[in-house]
Design a protein. Sequence first.
Length: 219
Amino acid sequence: MYSESSDSDENPRAARRTPANVGRTMIGEDIALTLKIVVAGGFGAGKSTLIGSVSEIRPLHSEETLSESEAEAECGPGGVERKTSTTVAMDFGRITIHSGLSLLLFGTPGQDRFRFLWDELSEGALAAVVLADTRRLEDCFAAVDHFERRRIPFVVAVNRFPGAPDHTEHDVARALDLDGGTPVVLCDARDRASGKEVLIRTVEYAGRMHTARLLASVG
């Protein structure tokens, strides 16, 4: 079970960078903010793994067993690990960043046949994380396009699989043709501290983007 003290010890840098006034009113009263974050990306990029590693509750996974032919078609060559199951509706988890801020995490299914669910899962989201595998960067093109069209701020998190090409954040941003300023971060989806850092970066970036849009609308 999550506790603030254990997370601070686990990742003190992330704890320092979390804005102290998030979850408080102008007169200092505590409020409870619960924000929705969508976790998307290609098949096998690590969406379920990320949500499972950071969630303080038992994560919800809706999975279906892949047939041999589906596994062969989806995984293909290139060193991508063979998967035996796939998310068919969504993954769900929850993490408390601090006492005034919690995130609800909704993971999208990675296969094309379930893409019709993306709009519903994205409804009301503050921001998104697009997980990328440098062995198959093209697999996250659809997720990038989806969030750009809907003007949902997102961060690209490069899941560092063993043996995957070692591209820099700049290389990935250029390969995905990201809009200027869209953050690209390196992560290990299996590691709770690394996953939490990605989520904090996502909330921070979304806050800056939404503030800039608000100021532009009234300017």
